[in-house]
Design a protein. Structure first.
Lengths: 109, 116
């Protein structure tokens, strides 16, 4: 079937640490892949996306590369900030998006 | 540009009551969506509307109805609320692109619904 699997959280890091949040997907064909971020009390905001294999999406220091061979789209950031504390969702598809369960990131000073 | 707006922000219902969640977008988008967010389950698509005048079921449509009132507005109705419908509901919209892979969904702030 079509699904998205994310690592369970919470992920707890100190400021300036390196971040990786794993995401793998199953799908027929080559769907678009997305990372959305949800800050407390708010809706989801698009963080980055990639639409074909080997594409790298990037925004605000976050990056993710569409890996067809491993069906993965891991989110990385070299140096996290307290303001990055949020829930991160990986998603796949066109129109009818399929979301992962979300990973909460907590960054302490 | 307000983007996607939703009303109300919070609602408490008793089992069996009905209510309509409202959603509007001012980005002239063709497609609109309703999702529910539950702990440990991410977001799941309830219904969507690819364009004005059309609606289709998503992953979890049972117990809900929708109306695409016009291009701007897409409402979600619970005819007889049940405790299992306690959730946070998000509306989203996207602009039509010939290359569907380029479409991006934009989300509203959500409606928190509690059914007792």
């Amino acid at each position: 079937g079509n699904s998205v699997t994310q690592m369970e959280g919470p992920v707890t890091l100190s400021e300036e640490a390196f971040l990786t949040i794993n995401c793998t997907y199953t799908a027929t064909g080559y769907p678009s892949l997305f990372w959305y971020v949800q800050y407390p009390g708010e809706g989801l905001q698009l963080l980055l996306k990639a639409t074909k294999a080997d594409d790298k999406g990037s925004n605000k220091g976050f990056e993710a590369t569409y890996r067809k061979e491993t069906t993965s789209f891991h989110l990385e950031k070299g140096s996290v900030q307290v303001s990055d504390s949020a829930v991160y969702f990986c998603a796949r598809g066109f129109q009818k998006l399929v979301f992962g369960t979300g990973t909460r990131l907590l960054v302490s000073p | 540009n307000a983007g996607v707006t939703q009303t109300p922000k919070f609602q408490v219902l008793k089992t069996g009551q009905s209510m309509t969640l409202q959603c509007a977008q001012d980005m002239n988008h063709n497609s609109m969506y309703w999702y529910r967010q539950d702990p440990g389950m991410g977001l799941r698509l309830i219904y969507y509307s690819a364009s004005e005048g059309t609606t289709d079921k998503g992953e979890v449509p049972n117990g809900y109805n929708v109306s695409r009132l016009n291009k701007r507005e897409f409402s979600l109705r619970l005819e007889s609320a049940a405790p299992s419908q306690t959730s946070v509901y998000f509306c989203a919209s996207s602009e039509y692109r010939r290359d569907r892979a380029q479409e991006t969904q934009y989300f509203g702030p959500g409606t928190r619904l509690l059914v007792l």
